[in-house]
Design a protein around this ligand. Structure first.
Ligand code: GLN
Length: 469
């Protein structure tokens, strides 16, 4: 039999149900790949010691008659998602030894379904970044070219799946952190509608922007995981249910904001995008031009609102309640020492930016303006999505960049998020689906196409993704 670690979740699930393979064999296949590649890739911050026990337990549940499609499927979990009794560090020194006291709601749901957790994956510290180079524990490498980044901030999750060290993974997406690494590693990555998936038990970055979602090899797999983790949750008052947004009839009209596809977009990425549109046309989709004049502001709006929320969410790490604690001669010194030592440079940069835009005297000029612009942007996207079913752009302007290429220039790093931040600001669901590869220095590097749909219309994303696949 071919390598079990290369199967899609759906294929593996069918084999498990048919009794052709066991969960233990699947887990062993992933552990064997970890043995081979993890030393070079560094997708994981920890591979759990009890993977085989979890897999055996899944096999017992199946023997007892359970049949969930995720039962016994090995998944990798981003390190900002709490699993009771295990460390959740968000790749930060601040939480290096923090043991989660409870399960995130999405973890509870995956446990109920019987998924096997292989380990917790590397990420940019507190999910701040687009390359996984901001981890306090060293970068992750892209399995397609180890001199390149896997994208971020869910880069460890992406590398684990792309490197066959898990069959699927969970990531979180505040401004693109599922979709961008999916694009850079040839995977499918879904950022659900804001509120579709509970945030209870996620280590918060930007609470009005964060959503957890799957990174998988196929659209079917992403849909499968989404259907398991979604749903209203009493522990997260922002969660929505099936009735929150009106049901839309399945349409096949795609809008392309061509005015955004200019400066800074690699030519061959644009070519892959155009040929993906051709494939969609052949699949019965109609492609039309749309205008999103405010999208040009999205990045600026995001980089005001996000740090404001980051500075608020990171205020709880004070050396008293959670994680790292350093003592000085006064309470102020305790804070300064703990926070100075616990947070890396990017987290500190965002705390300062966020504190600045929220401070009296600057609030109206920055945060207030960004909030109104965000409202306008949401209205604009809603207007466009009343005449088309989907908006398509490339997910990223280029293929994976070199390790170290953008670390000295935070602004250049921020520019990578140009196509992804809008969906977080507006709450719309968006997916990245592979659209082929481009050649860089003799290596074929994957790139992705992004679809954005109306609130609650993940079905349209899956349909377009499948048409392309
Ligand atoms: N790259 C973006 C940032 O650095 C998005 C991060 C994310 O989605 N977590 O803010």
């Amino acid at each position: 039999m071919s390598n079990l670690a290369e199967l899609s979740i759906t294929e593996a699930g069918e084999k498990l149900i048919a009794g052709e393979i066991t969960s233990l064999q699947l887990a062993e296949a992933c552990l064997a790949e970890i043995e081979k590649r993890e030393g070079a890739i560094h997708a994981y911050l920890e591979v759990f010691a009890d993977v085989r026990e979890q897999a055996k337990h899944a096999d017992e549940r199946r023997a007892a008659g359970e049949n969930h499609p995720l039962l016994g499927i090995p998944l990798a979990i981003k390190d900002n998602i709490l699993i009771e009794g295990r460390v959740a560090s968000a790749a930060s020194k601040m939480l290096e030894n923090y043991v989660a006291a409870y399960d995130a709601t999405i973890i509870q749901k995956l446990k109920d379904a019987g998924a096997v957790f292989i380990g917790r994956t590397n990420m940019d510290e507190f999910a701040h970044g687009s390359s996984t180079e901001n981890s306090a524990f060293g970068p992750t490498k892209n399995p397609h070219d180890e001199s390149r980044v896997p994208g971020g901030s869910s880069g460890g999750s992406a590398a684990a799946v792309a490197g066959c060290m898990a069959l699927g993974a969970l990531g979180t997406d505040t401004g693109g952190s599922i979709r961008e690494p999916a694009s850079f590693t040839g995977l499918v990555g879904l950022k659900p509608t804001y509120g579709a998936v509970s945030r209870s038990g996620l280590i918060a970055m930007g609470s009005s922007l964060d959503q957890a979602g799957p990174l998988t090899r196929t659209v079917e797999d992403a849909e499968l995981i989404f259907n398991v983790i979604k749903g209203k949750d009493t522990l997260d008052s922002t969660t929505i249910d099936e009735e929150t947004y009106p049901k839309r009839s399945a349409g096949k009209k795609i809008g392309v904001p061509r005015h955004l596809l200019q400066d800074g977009l690699d030519r061959d990425v644009l070519e892959r995008f155009e040929s993906s549109l051709d494939t969609l046309r052949a699949g019965g989709y109609e492609i039309v031009d749309v205008e999103l004049p405010l999208s040009g502001l999205a990045l600026a709006v995001y980089y005001v609102i996000m740090p404001a929320e980051v500075s608020t969410n990171l205020a709880r790490f004070d050396g008293v309640r959670y994680g790292l604690s350093r003592k000085g001669d006064s309470l102020f010194e305790d804070y300064a020492k703990t926070r100075g030592e616990g947070f890396g440079p990017e987290a500190r940069r965002r705390i300062m930016l966020g504190t600045y835009v929220l401070s009296a005297g600057y609030y109206d000029a920055y945060f207030g303006k960004a909030t109104s612009a965000r409202r306008e942007l949401r209205a604009e996207v809603e207007r466009v999505l009343s005449s088309v079913d989907l908006i398509a752009t490339p997910t990223t302007t280029s293929a994976a960049t070199k390790i170290g290429e953008k670390t000295e220039d935070p602004l250049a790093m921020y520019l990578l998020d140009i196509f992804t931040v809008t969906a977080n600001l507006t709450g719309n669901p968006a997916i990245s689906v592979p659209m082929g590869t481009v050649e860089r220095e003799g290596k074929e590097l994957p790139v992705g196409i992004q679809f954005t749909a109306a609130h609650g219309d993940e079905a349209a994303l899956f349909a377009a993704g499948k048409a392309l696949q």
